[in-house]
Design a protein around this ligand. Structure first.
Ligand code: MLT
Ligand code: ZN
Length: 482
């Protein structure tokens, strides 16, 4: 029943009532003001919207949603607009209303004994990390877009990122959630309990729902102690197999020290150092692949540097690592991270690219990279595979940059062929076609094949029960019915 959105265009009367409710800073209707909210950062989607709502509180949002729901108007949530899969862009109809919670940007409370943080959906991930650090704690979630990504979107997409290997995805950090539901009622689950067996864990339904069930307005997150020591190294390796051997060596030493373990291909690193100003390779020669490993601990007595050097020495001897550089200062550590975090931006600058945010069992990453590289080269000669990502948790961004000189539109016209080619290998390796970016508007077509039968049918029943008129982020996650 849902998934065929039958939304109505907002009337002048509805827009006037929303303007009365939200005040002049709470609504944008001029085309030039609305336009920035209608294109995703990858420029894959160019929609239109009748208005952008910017409520200042949960109560304002709840009333606005109930007005829109009564008028049958569809709503699209948008945080930092950093979705990789077009999950926050309105469609081309011009009927949707974009809802942006950037004015709800308060960190309400940090409890040092409970190790929890209560914050509003519009706080950027970076601001949340900074607030936790100032309180002597750590919010262990880190993604390349953390400067602009907002907590609401981070939770609605169950973001993963660089620290999943140790702390899990966003989902694992959520203790409590407040959500405005599609009819304008408010689910207040802002509890900060580690144990709470009182029926369905409703909060987890909204984490990863990509805005299709309601708007997350605030959350209580689990924090961790701040590390007392951090060490990072960039290591040159022959490929993903060697990267995993290195991973095993660190794990054998002490798995609890691994804060991040990231893989980068030589091709991807080459794009970064050529296209992103302020980056350079701090090693004597380029390598086929690289690992960025970060160890961290809150313990007072841990000699992390010795651990790092011992493991690397063993790996040099074994021929697994051919070169490495250890950050000697915070500035050098950040420079190593810049090489990793600019991968998406470098690929954007290199032309059109197709992203495959896939996961496989960690042991199968080398096979994934080998097979998918060969299959894509056979499909489009000259295509440039630039795989990178969170190899420590099995999530590889098997991204492909267009061949030099090819028309970007002609390349993007083949995106389904490329994604399907990679997906077939991922399936064969027992993986998932979306590890941390979600399904968005780019990949619902894959859902019946991957999550069909009882799984997708159950998801549809949940969607129909909570959002019976299909007004929340239509076009996202679900393929059109039938
Ligand atoms: C990242 O980890 O940098 C992003 O999730 C990756 C991407 O560009 O695919
Ligand atoms: Zn990632």
């Amino acid at each position: 029943m849902t998934a065929t959105p039958s939304s109505a265009p907002p009337t002048a009367d509805l827009l006037a009532r929303l303007a009365d409710l939200l005040g002049p800073s709470g609504i944008l209707t001029e085309t030039s003001d609305v336009a920035p909210y209608c294109t995703d950062w990858r420029s894959l989607y160019h929609g239109r919207a009748a208005a952008v709502l910017r409520p200042a509180s949960t109560a304002e949002l709840a009333q606005a949603v109930s007005l829109c729901a009564a008028a049958g108007v569809a709503m699209v949530p948008q945080g930092g607009n950093t979705s990789m899969v077009g999950g926050a862009t309105p469609d081309e109809s011009g009927r949707d209303i974009v809802v942006c919670l950037s004015r709800m940007n308060r960190v309400r409370r940090i409890d040092p004994l409970d190790h929890t943080m209560e914050l509003e959906a519009g706080v950027t991930l970076k601001a949340a990390q900074d607030a936790a650090r100032e309180a002597g704690l750590m919010l262990p979630l880190s993604i390349s877009s953390e400067g602009s990504a907002q907590i609401g979107g981070v939770l609605a997409t169950n973001a993963g990122g660089n620290n999943t290997v140790r702390y899990g995805n966003a989902r694992e950090l959520v203790l409590g959630l407040e959500v405005v539901l599609p009819d304008g009622s408010v689910f207040n689950g802002l509890r900060r309990l580690r144990k709470d067996n009182t029926g369905y864990a409703l909060r987890q339904l909204f984490v990863g729902s990509e805005g299709t069930l309601g708007f997350i307005t605030s959350a209580i997150l689990q924090l961790q102690p701040q590390p007392r020591a951090v060490e990072a190294a960039l290591c040159a390796v022959a490929g993903a197999g060697a990267a995993l051997a290195l991973f095993s060596a660190f794990r054998a030493q002490d798995p609890a020290l691994i804060q991040a373990f990231e893989y980068m291909s030589g091709a991807g690193m080459d794009l970064v150092t050529r296209l992103v100003p302020g980056t350079s390779l701090p090693l004597a020669e380029p390598a086929p692949a690289y690992v960025l490993v970060e160890l961290a601990t809150p313990r007072r007595d841990a000699d992390l540097r010795t651990v790092l050097e011992d493991v690397l020495a063993g790996m040099f001897e074994a021929g697994t690592v051919s070169d490495a550089v250890i950050a000697e200062s915070e500035g050098q550590r950040l420079a190593l991270w810049k090489l990793r975090e600019e991968h998406a931006e470098a690929q954007r600058r290199a032309g059109a690219s197709v992203k495959n945010d896939v996961s496989v069992p960690v042991s199968r990453v080398p096979e994934l990279i080998d097979r998918a590289s060969a299959a894509c080269a056979a499909l489009i000669p000259g295509i440039r595979p630039a795989p990178f990502g969170h190899i420590g948790d099995g999530n590889i961004h098997f991204n492909l940059v267009q061949p030099e000189g090819m028309d970007p539109a002609a390349f993007l016209a083949q995106d389904h062929r490329i994604m399907d080619t990679v997906a077939a290998i991922v399936r064969d390796l027992d993986g998932s076609f979306s590890a941390e970016h979600g399904v968005g508007r780019l990949k619902p077509y894959m859902m019946p094949d991957w999550r069909g039968g009882a799984e997708l049918a159950t998801m549809r029943r949940i969607k129909d029960a909570i959002d019976p008129h299909g007004l929340m982020n239509p076009g996202t996650l679900f393929p059109p019915a039938g």
